[in-house]
Ligand binder design. Structure first.
Ligand code: C2E
Ligand code: CA
Ligand code: CA
Length: 430
Protein backbone atom coordinates (compact mmCIF):
# COMPACT_ATOMS: atom_id res chain seq x y z
CA UNK A 1 0.00 0.00 0.00
CA UNK A 2 1.05 3.66 -0.43
CA UNK A 3 3.58 3.66 -3.23
CA UNK A 4 7.04 4.97 -2.47
CA UNK A 5 7.54 8.32 -4.27
CA UNK A 6 11.05 7.43 -5.46
CA UNK A 7 10.06 4.13 -7.05
CA UNK A 8 9.21 4.29 -10.76
CA UNK A 9 5.47 4.04 -11.41
CA UNK A 10 5.13 1.84 -14.42
CA UNK A 11 2.47 2.35 -17.03
CA UNK A 12 -0.40 0.00 -16.10
CA UNK A 13 -0.85 -1.28 -19.65
CA UNK A 14 2.61 -1.51 -21.14
CA UNK A 15 4.67 -1.79 -17.96
CA UNK A 16 7.00 0.92 -19.27
CA UNK A 17 8.48 3.65 -17.07
CA UNK A 18 6.68 6.99 -17.48
CA UNK A 19 7.41 10.57 -18.47
CA UNK A 20 8.39 11.49 -14.91
CA UNK A 21 10.99 8.73 -14.92
CA UNK A 22 12.33 9.88 -18.24
CA UNK A 23 12.56 13.48 -17.00
CA UNK A 24 14.59 12.37 -13.99
CA UNK A 25 16.99 10.27 -16.03
CA UNK A 26 17.37 12.87 -18.76
CA UNK A 27 17.92 15.67 -16.22
CA UNK A 28 20.79 13.64 -14.83
CA UNK A 29 22.19 12.96 -18.31
CA UNK A 30 22.05 16.66 -19.25
CA UNK A 31 23.66 17.74 -16.00
CA UNK A 32 26.91 16.06 -16.98
CA UNK A 33 29.50 18.05 -18.90
CA UNK A 34 29.91 17.90 -22.67
CA UNK A 35 27.03 15.54 -23.30
CA UNK A 36 25.42 15.13 -26.65
CA UNK A 37 22.64 12.93 -27.89
CA UNK A 38 19.04 12.92 -29.07
CA UNK A 39 15.53 12.74 -27.71
CA UNK A 40 12.98 10.86 -29.78
CA UNK A 41 9.23 11.03 -29.38
CA UNK A 42 7.28 8.26 -31.09
CA UNK A 43 3.57 8.68 -31.75
CA UNK A 44 1.06 6.24 -33.16
CA UNK A 45 -0.67 8.04 -36.02
CA UNK A 46 -4.23 6.84 -35.55
CA UNK A 47 -4.30 4.58 -32.56
CA UNK A 48 -7.57 5.99 -31.27
CA UNK A 49 -9.22 4.20 -34.22
CA UNK A 50 -8.12 0.86 -32.80
CA UNK A 51 -9.97 1.66 -29.58
CA UNK A 52 -12.98 3.01 -31.42
CA UNK A 53 -13.32 0.19 -33.94
CA UNK A 54 -11.95 -2.87 -32.12
CA UNK A 55 -12.82 -1.84 -28.57
CA UNK A 56 -10.60 -0.89 -25.64
CA UNK A 57 -9.48 -4.39 -24.63
CA UNK A 58 -8.14 -5.11 -28.12
CA UNK A 59 -6.62 -1.62 -27.92
CA UNK A 60 -4.85 -2.40 -24.65
CA UNK A 61 -3.50 -5.66 -26.01
CA UNK A 62 -2.31 -3.97 -29.22
CA UNK A 63 -0.62 -1.25 -27.17
CA UNK A 64 1.18 -3.88 -25.08
CA UNK A 65 2.47 -5.55 -28.22
CA UNK A 66 3.48 -2.27 -29.82
CA UNK A 67 5.49 -1.26 -26.75
CA UNK A 68 7.18 -4.64 -26.65
CA UNK A 69 8.04 -4.59 -30.35
CA UNK A 70 9.47 -1.07 -30.17
CA UNK A 71 11.55 -1.91 -27.09
CA UNK A 72 12.86 -5.00 -28.88
CA UNK A 73 14.34 -3.09 -31.81
CA UNK A 74 16.16 -0.57 -29.60
CA UNK A 75 19.79 -1.11 -28.60
CA UNK A 76 19.92 -2.92 -25.25
CA UNK A 77 21.04 0.15 -23.26
CA UNK A 78 18.23 2.42 -24.47
CA UNK A 79 15.13 2.65 -22.27
CA UNK A 80 11.72 3.19 -23.77
CA UNK A 81 9.35 5.41 -21.78
CA UNK A 82 5.59 5.83 -22.03
CA UNK A 83 5.01 9.53 -22.63
CA UNK A 84 1.22 9.46 -22.83
CA UNK A 85 -1.46 6.95 -23.82
CA UNK A 86 -0.26 6.63 -27.42
CA UNK A 87 3.20 8.18 -27.32
CA UNK A 88 6.60 6.82 -26.37
CA UNK A 89 9.92 8.52 -25.89
CA UNK A 90 13.57 7.73 -25.44
CA UNK A 91 16.89 9.49 -25.24
CA UNK A 92 20.05 8.27 -26.77
CA UNK A 93 23.49 9.30 -25.64
CA UNK A 94 25.98 10.24 -28.37
CA UNK A 95 23.95 9.33 -31.43
CA UNK A 96 23.90 10.40 -35.07
CA UNK A 97 20.82 11.21 -37.18
CA UNK A 98 21.56 8.19 -39.38
CA UNK A 99 21.37 5.88 -36.37
CA UNK A 100 17.98 7.35 -35.50
CA UNK A 101 16.81 6.76 -39.05
CA UNK A 102 17.93 3.14 -38.99
CA UNK A 103 16.24 2.47 -35.68
CA UNK A 104 13.07 4.18 -36.91
CA UNK A 105 13.03 2.00 -40.03
CA UNK A 106 13.22 -1.18 -37.94
CA UNK A 107 10.61 0.25 -35.63
CA UNK A 108 8.24 0.74 -38.57
CA UNK A 109 8.91 -2.84 -39.65
CA UNK A 110 8.27 -4.14 -36.15
CA UNK A 111 4.80 -2.58 -36.20
CA UNK A 112 3.76 -4.24 -39.46
CA UNK A 113 2.17 -7.21 -37.74
CA UNK A 114 0.22 -5.06 -35.39
CA UNK A 115 -0.41 -2.53 -38.10
CA UNK A 116 -3.27 -4.54 -39.50
CA UNK A 117 -5.04 -5.14 -36.24
CA UNK A 118 -7.81 -7.55 -37.13
CA UNK A 119 -7.16 -6.55 -40.75
CA UNK A 120 -9.23 -3.47 -40.20
CA UNK A 121 -6.88 -0.73 -39.22
CA UNK A 122 -3.52 0.27 -40.49
CA UNK A 123 -1.73 1.98 -37.66
CA UNK A 124 1.46 3.81 -38.59
CA UNK A 125 3.91 5.73 -36.50
CA UNK A 126 5.64 9.10 -36.69
CA UNK A 127 8.73 10.09 -34.73
CA UNK A 128 10.20 13.49 -33.93
CA UNK A 129 13.81 13.99 -32.86
CA UNK A 130 15.64 16.87 -31.14
CA UNK A 131 19.39 16.82 -30.51
CA UNK A 132 21.20 18.06 -27.44
CA UNK A 133 22.89 20.38 -26.91
CA UNK A 134 22.18 21.84 -30.39
CA UNK A 135 18.38 22.13 -30.18
CA UNK A 136 18.02 22.41 -26.42
CA UNK A 137 19.85 21.89 -23.15
CA UNK A 138 17.02 20.95 -20.81
CA UNK A 139 14.48 18.16 -20.69
CA UNK A 140 11.39 20.31 -21.21
CA UNK A 141 12.75 22.04 -24.30
CA UNK A 142 14.00 18.82 -25.84
CA UNK A 143 10.75 16.99 -25.30
CA UNK A 144 8.79 19.97 -26.59
CA UNK A 145 10.90 20.26 -29.74
CA UNK A 146 10.92 16.51 -30.42
CA UNK A 147 7.16 16.49 -30.00
CA UNK A 148 6.77 19.50 -32.29
CA UNK A 149 8.96 17.78 -34.92
CA UNK A 150 6.67 14.76 -34.64
CA UNK A 151 3.53 16.89 -35.05
CA UNK A 152 5.05 18.68 -38.06
CA UNK A 153 5.96 15.29 -39.57
CA UNK A 154 2.42 14.11 -39.04
CA UNK A 155 0.47 17.18 -40.08
CA UNK A 156 2.68 18.58 -42.81
CA UNK A 157 4.20 15.34 -44.02
CA UNK A 158 1.23 13.04 -43.59
CA UNK A 159 2.81 10.85 -40.90
CA UNK A 160 4.56 7.46 -41.15
CA UNK A 161 7.98 9.13 -41.02
CA UNK A 162 10.76 10.42 -38.85
CA UNK A 163 11.20 14.18 -38.67
CA UNK A 164 14.18 16.02 -37.18
CA UNK A 165 13.66 19.27 -35.34
CA UNK A 166 14.53 22.28 -37.45
CA UNK A 167 14.17 25.83 -36.21
CA UNK A 168 12.85 27.18 -39.50
CA UNK A 169 10.03 24.69 -39.95
CA UNK A 170 9.28 24.98 -36.23
CA UNK A 171 8.94 28.77 -36.55
CA UNK A 172 6.65 28.36 -39.56
CA UNK A 173 4.53 25.79 -37.79
CA UNK A 174 4.44 27.90 -34.63
CA UNK A 175 3.31 30.90 -36.67
CA UNK A 176 0.59 28.81 -38.28
CA UNK A 177 -0.69 27.51 -34.96
CA UNK A 178 -0.68 31.03 -33.54
CA UNK A 179 -2.46 32.45 -36.59
CA UNK A 180 -4.97 29.63 -36.44
CA UNK A 181 -5.86 30.60 -32.86
CA UNK A 182 -6.12 34.29 -33.75
CA UNK A 183 -8.27 33.59 -36.80
CA UNK A 184 -10.60 31.27 -34.89
CA UNK A 185 -11.13 33.95 -32.25
CA UNK A 186 -11.67 36.62 -34.82
CA UNK A 187 -14.21 34.55 -36.73
CA UNK A 188 -16.02 33.78 -33.47
CA UNK A 189 -16.22 37.54 -32.90
CA UNK A 190 -17.78 38.10 -36.33
CA UNK A 191 -14.55 38.47 -38.36
CA UNK A 192 -13.58 41.58 -36.43
CA UNK A 193 -9.99 41.80 -37.63
CA UNK A 194 -10.75 41.00 -41.26
CA UNK A 195 -10.98 43.77 -43.82
CA UNK A 196 -11.74 43.90 -47.51
CA UNK A 197 -9.67 46.08 -49.79
CA UNK A 198 -10.87 46.91 -53.28
CA UNK A 199 -8.67 47.15 -56.34
CA UNK A 200 -10.02 49.06 -59.35
CA UNK A 201 -10.65 47.33 -62.66
CA UNK A 202 -10.87 49.43 -65.81
CA UNK A 203 -11.93 48.98 -69.42
CA UNK A 204 -8.84 49.12 -71.60
CA UNK A 205 -10.46 51.08 -74.43
CA UNK A 206 -11.25 54.24 -72.44
CA UNK A 207 -9.68 53.58 -69.03
CA UNK A 208 -13.09 53.85 -67.40
CA UNK A 209 -13.68 52.23 -64.03
CA UNK A 210 -16.17 49.34 -64.22
CA UNK A 211 -15.49 47.24 -61.14
CA UNK A 212 -13.22 46.05 -58.37
CA UNK A 213 -11.71 42.90 -56.97
CA UNK A 214 -12.35 42.35 -53.27
CA UNK A 215 -9.10 41.35 -51.57
CA UNK A 216 -8.92 40.13 -48.01
CA UNK A 217 -6.68 41.71 -45.37
CA UNK A 218 -6.07 40.96 -41.71
CA UNK A 219 -5.39 43.62 -39.11
CA UNK A 220 -3.08 42.43 -36.32
CA UNK A 221 -3.42 43.60 -32.71
CA UNK A 222 -0.60 46.12 -33.26
CA UNK A 223 -2.34 47.61 -36.27
CA UNK A 224 -0.28 45.92 -38.98
CA UNK A 225 -2.15 44.96 -42.15
CA UNK A 226 -1.23 41.44 -43.27
CA UNK A 227 -1.46 40.41 -46.93
CA UNK A 228 -3.63 37.36 -47.67
CA UNK A 229 -0.82 35.04 -48.70
CA UNK A 230 0.33 35.04 -45.06
CA UNK A 231 -2.95 33.81 -43.64
CA UNK A 232 -5.22 32.43 -46.38
CA UNK A 233 -3.28 29.14 -46.47
CA UNK A 234 -4.06 28.84 -42.72
CA UNK A 235 -7.74 29.58 -43.36
CA UNK A 236 -7.83 26.99 -46.12
CA UNK A 237 -5.97 24.29 -44.27
CA UNK A 238 -8.26 24.62 -41.25
CA UNK A 239 -11.39 25.10 -43.36
CA UNK A 240 -11.92 28.38 -41.54
CA UNK A 241 -12.15 29.79 -45.07
CA UNK A 242 -15.77 28.59 -45.02
CA UNK A 243 -17.03 30.92 -42.27
CA UNK A 244 -14.55 33.60 -43.35
CA UNK A 245 -15.82 33.14 -46.92
CA UNK A 246 -19.37 33.94 -45.84
CA UNK A 247 -18.14 37.16 -44.27
CA UNK A 248 -16.16 38.02 -47.42
CA UNK A 249 -19.15 37.44 -49.71
CA UNK A 250 -21.53 39.33 -47.41
CA UNK A 251 -19.17 42.30 -47.16
CA UNK A 252 -18.30 42.33 -50.87
CA UNK A 253 -21.95 42.18 -51.99
CA UNK A 254 -22.92 44.88 -49.49
CA UNK A 255 -20.10 47.12 -50.72
CA UNK A 256 -21.00 46.38 -54.34
CA UNK A 257 -24.48 47.73 -53.66
CA UNK A 258 -22.98 50.94 -52.22
CA UNK A 259 -20.69 51.40 -55.23
CA UNK A 260 -23.64 50.81 -57.58
CA UNK A 261 -25.19 54.04 -56.35
CA UNK A 262 -22.52 55.72 -58.45
CA UNK A 263 -22.00 53.14 -61.22
CA UNK A 264 -25.22 51.10 -61.56
CA UNK A 265 -23.61 48.10 -63.25
CA UNK A 266 -20.48 48.16 -61.05
CA UNK A 267 -18.93 44.67 -61.00
CA UNK A 268 -17.56 43.07 -57.87
CA UNK A 269 -15.08 40.20 -58.21
CA UNK A 270 -14.88 37.83 -55.26
CA UNK A 271 -12.22 35.16 -54.79
CA UNK A 272 -13.60 31.70 -54.10
CA UNK A 273 -11.31 28.95 -52.98
CA UNK A 274 -11.84 25.33 -53.84
CA UNK A 275 -12.62 24.49 -50.22
CA UNK A 276 -15.53 26.92 -50.24
CA UNK A 277 -17.08 25.09 -53.18
CA UNK A 278 -17.22 21.92 -51.11
CA UNK A 279 -19.57 23.55 -48.66
CA UNK A 280 -23.25 22.62 -49.13
CA UNK A 281 -24.51 25.88 -47.70
CA UNK A 282 -22.54 28.13 -50.05
CA UNK A 283 -25.20 28.32 -52.76
CA UNK A 284 -28.20 29.12 -50.52
CA UNK A 285 -26.04 31.61 -48.64
CA UNK A 286 -24.98 33.42 -51.81
CA UNK A 287 -28.49 33.41 -53.30
CA UNK A 288 -29.92 34.83 -50.09
CA UNK A 289 -27.13 37.39 -49.70
CA UNK A 290 -27.60 38.75 -53.22
CA UNK A 291 -31.35 38.96 -52.77
CA UNK A 292 -31.10 40.65 -49.37
CA UNK A 293 -28.83 43.35 -50.74
CA UNK A 294 -30.87 43.73 -53.91
CA UNK A 295 -27.88 43.27 -56.18
CA UNK A 296 -28.19 42.10 -59.79
CA UNK A 297 -26.32 38.73 -59.82
CA UNK A 298 -24.81 39.52 -63.21
CA UNK A 299 -22.69 42.20 -61.53
CA UNK A 300 -20.98 39.61 -59.33
CA UNK A 301 -17.94 37.65 -60.53
CA UNK A 302 -16.57 34.60 -58.72
CA UNK A 303 -12.87 33.97 -59.31
CA UNK A 304 -11.62 30.42 -58.76
CA UNK A 305 -8.28 31.03 -57.03
CA UNK A 306 -6.32 27.79 -57.10
CA UNK A 307 -7.22 25.97 -60.28
CA UNK A 308 -3.97 24.01 -60.14
CA UNK A 309 -5.31 22.01 -57.23
CA UNK A 310 -8.45 20.89 -59.03
CA UNK A 311 -8.59 17.15 -59.59
CA UNK A 312 -12.29 16.91 -60.25
CA UNK A 313 -13.41 19.45 -62.86
CA UNK A 314 -16.80 17.86 -63.13
CA UNK A 315 -17.47 18.73 -59.50
CA UNK A 316 -16.14 22.28 -59.86
CA UNK A 317 -18.17 22.88 -63.01
CA UNK A 318 -21.32 21.48 -61.47
CA UNK A 319 -20.92 23.71 -58.40
CA UNK A 320 -20.29 26.79 -60.50
CA UNK A 321 -23.13 25.88 -62.90
CA UNK A 322 -25.62 26.66 -60.13
CA UNK A 323 -24.06 30.10 -59.63
CA UNK A 324 -24.00 30.71 -63.38
CA UNK A 325 -27.70 29.84 -63.54
CA UNK A 326 -28.27 32.48 -60.94
CA UNK A 327 -26.51 34.94 -63.25
CA UNK A 328 -23.14 35.19 -61.50
CA UNK A 329 -20.10 35.29 -63.81
CA UNK A 330 -17.25 32.86 -63.30
CA UNK A 331 -13.60 33.73 -63.85
CA UNK A 332 -10.48 31.61 -64.02
CA UNK A 333 -7.86 33.32 -61.90
CA UNK A 334 -4.09 33.32 -62.40
CA UNK A 335 -4.14 31.97 -65.95
CA UNK A 336 -0.58 31.35 -67.15
CA UNK A 337 0.92 30.79 -63.72
CA UNK A 338 1.60 27.32 -62.42
CA UNK A 339 1.08 24.49 -64.86
CA UNK A 340 -1.44 22.72 -67.11
CA UNK A 341 -3.21 25.95 -67.77
CA UNK A 342 -4.17 25.13 -71.34
CA UNK A 343 -5.87 22.12 -69.92
CA UNK A 344 -7.87 24.38 -67.61
CA UNK A 345 -9.25 26.24 -70.60
CA UNK A 346 -10.64 22.98 -71.90
CA UNK A 347 -11.93 21.74 -68.55
CA UNK A 348 -13.21 24.82 -66.79
CA UNK A 349 -16.48 26.37 -67.89
CA UNK A 350 -16.03 30.06 -67.26
CA UNK A 351 -16.86 33.48 -68.70
CA UNK A 352 -13.66 35.36 -68.04
CA UNK A 353 -9.95 34.59 -67.90
CA UNK A 354 -7.63 36.57 -65.66
CA UNK A 355 -4.14 36.58 -67.08
CA UNK A 356 -1.57 36.37 -64.30
CA UNK A 357 0.97 39.08 -63.65
CA UNK A 358 3.78 36.55 -64.16
CA UNK A 359 2.85 36.31 -67.86
CA UNK A 360 3.28 40.01 -68.55
CA UNK A 361 6.38 40.63 -66.39
CA UNK A 362 8.86 40.52 -69.28
CA UNK A 363 6.45 41.70 -71.92
CA UNK A 364 8.48 44.66 -73.12
CA UNK A 365 11.76 42.76 -73.16
CA UNK A 366 11.59 41.19 -76.62
CA UNK A 367 9.31 39.95 -79.37
CA UNK A 368 9.22 36.47 -77.92
CA UNK A 369 7.52 37.71 -74.74
CA UNK A 370 5.27 40.06 -76.69
CA UNK A 371 4.10 37.26 -78.96
CA UNK A 372 3.58 34.91 -76.07
CA UNK A 373 1.11 37.30 -74.47
CA UNK A 374 -0.44 38.42 -77.74
CA UNK A 375 -1.23 34.87 -78.85
CA UNK A 376 -2.35 33.75 -75.40
CA UNK A 377 -4.89 36.56 -75.53
CA UNK A 378 -5.88 35.60 -79.09
CA UNK A 379 -6.34 32.01 -77.99
CA UNK A 380 -8.70 33.07 -75.21
CA UNK A 381 -10.63 35.35 -77.55
CA UNK A 382 -10.88 32.61 -80.17
CA UNK A 383 -12.71 30.37 -77.73
CA UNK A 384 -15.03 33.14 -76.65
CA UNK A 385 -13.45 34.23 -73.40
CA UNK A 386 -13.19 37.76 -72.17
CA UNK A 387 -9.84 38.76 -70.73
CA UNK A 388 -8.70 40.76 -67.75
CA UNK A 389 -4.95 41.25 -67.37
CA UNK A 390 -3.64 41.56 -63.84
CA UNK A 391 -0.54 43.24 -62.49
CA UNK A 392 -0.23 46.06 -65.00
CA UNK A 393 2.15 48.61 -63.50
CA UNK A 394 3.43 50.63 -66.46
CA UNK A 395 1.91 52.81 -69.15
CA UNK A 396 3.81 51.06 -71.97
CA UNK A 397 2.59 47.66 -70.84
CA UNK A 398 -0.97 48.94 -70.67
CA UNK A 399 -0.73 50.45 -74.15
CA UNK A 400 0.72 47.28 -75.62
CA UNK A 401 -2.09 45.21 -74.08
CA UNK A 402 -4.74 47.61 -75.32
CA UNK A 403 -3.40 48.29 -78.80
CA UNK A 404 -1.61 45.10 -79.83
CA UNK A 405 -3.51 42.47 -77.86
CA UNK A 406 -6.98 44.02 -77.72
CA UNK A 407 -7.39 43.06 -74.09
CA UNK A 408 -10.74 44.26 -72.72
CA UNK A 409 -10.04 44.68 -69.03
CA UNK A 410 -7.12 45.76 -66.90
CA UNK A 411 -6.34 45.51 -63.20
CA UNK A 412 -3.01 46.70 -61.86
CA UNK A 413 -1.12 49.22 -59.78
CA UNK A 414 -0.98 51.51 -62.83
CA UNK A 415 -4.70 52.17 -62.28
CA UNK A 416 -4.76 51.70 -58.53
CA UNK A 417 -3.72 49.49 -55.65
CA UNK A 418 -6.11 47.60 -53.41
CA UNK A 419 -7.57 50.17 -50.99
CA UNK A 420 -10.12 50.36 -48.17
CA UNK A 421 -13.76 51.09 -49.02
CA UNK A 422 -13.69 54.76 -47.98
CA UNK A 423 -10.63 55.43 -50.14
CA UNK A 424 -12.14 53.58 -53.09
CA UNK A 425 -15.36 55.55 -52.66
CA UNK A 426 -13.48 58.75 -53.51
CA UNK A 427 -12.90 57.37 -57.00
CA UNK A 428 -16.67 57.15 -57.44
CA UNK A 429 -17.67 60.47 -55.93
CA UNK A 430 -15.05 62.70 -57.49
P1 C2E B 1 -5.23 37.29 -56.81
O1 C2E B 1 -6.63 36.84 -56.74
O2 C2E B 1 -4.47 36.97 -58.03
O3 C2E B 1 -5.28 38.85 -56.54
C1 C2E B 1 -4.47 39.78 -57.20
C2 C2E B 1 -3.24 40.04 -56.42
O4 C2E B 1 -2.31 40.73 -57.24
C3 C2E B 1 -3.51 40.96 -55.22
O5 C2E B 1 -2.61 40.58 -54.18
C4 C2E B 1 -3.10 42.32 -55.78
O6 C2E B 1 -2.70 43.23 -54.79
C5 C2E B 1 -1.94 41.94 -56.66
N1 C2E B 1 -1.74 42.93 -57.71
C6 C2E B 1 -2.70 43.53 -58.46
N2 C2E B 1 -2.14 44.38 -59.33
C7 C2E B 1 -0.80 44.32 -59.14
C8 C2E B 1 0.31 44.98 -59.76
O7 C2E B 1 0.18 45.79 -60.64
N3 C2E B 1 1.53 44.65 -59.30
C9 C2E B 1 1.74 43.74 -58.31
N4 C2E B 1 2.98 43.49 -57.92
N5 C2E B 1 0.70 43.10 -57.70
C10 C2E B 1 -0.54 43.38 -58.14
P2 C2E B 1 -3.13 40.32 -52.73
O8 C2E B 1 -4.21 41.24 -52.35
O9 C2E B 1 -1.91 40.21 -51.88
O10 C2E B 1 -3.79 38.87 -52.84
C11 C2E B 1 -3.03 37.74 -53.06
C12 C2E B 1 -3.90 36.53 -53.28
O11 C2E B 1 -4.62 36.15 -52.11
C13 C2E B 1 -4.98 36.75 -54.31
O12 C2E B 1 -4.40 36.69 -55.56
C14 C2E B 1 -5.92 35.61 -54.02
O13 C2E B 1 -5.46 34.41 -54.57
C15 C2E B 1 -5.81 35.53 -52.50
N6 C2E B 1 -6.96 36.23 -51.93
C16 C2E B 1 -7.11 37.56 -51.68
N7 C2E B 1 -8.32 37.81 -51.15
C17 C2E B 1 -8.97 36.61 -51.08
C18 C2E B 1 -10.26 36.20 -50.61
O14 C2E B 1 -11.11 37.00 -50.20
N8 C2E B 1 -10.55 34.87 -50.68
C19 C2E B 1 -9.66 33.95 -51.17
N9 C2E B 1 -10.04 32.68 -51.23
N10 C2E B 1 -8.45 34.30 -51.63
C20 C2E B 1 -8.10 35.62 -51.57
CA1 CA C 1 -8.35 36.87 -57.85
CA1 CA D 1 -4.93 36.54 -60.04
Amino acid sequence: MGQNETEPRLDPITGLPTRQDMAKALDAELAAEDVNGAVMVIGLDNFQLVNEICGPSVGDEAMRQIAENIANVLPYDITLYQLSSDQFALYWHDCMPEEMEIVFASLQLSLRDIAAIEDKIYCTTTAGVAFYPRDGKDTDTLLRFAQAAKTIGKIEGGGDRICFFNQESYDKWHYRVMMEGLMKNSIARGCEEFMLYFQPQVRAKDESLYGAEALLRWRTADGQILPPLEFIPVLEKTRLIIPAGHWIIEKAVETCKKFQQYIPDFQMSINISLYQLEEQMLYPFVADCIERHGVDPSTIVFELTEGQNVTDWEFVNSQFAAFRNLGIKIAMDDFGSGYATLDFLREFKCDLVKLDRAVILDILKDDYNKNLVKYSVKLCHAIGMELCVEGVEEKEVFEFLRDECEVEKIQGFYFGRPEPEDVFMKRLTK
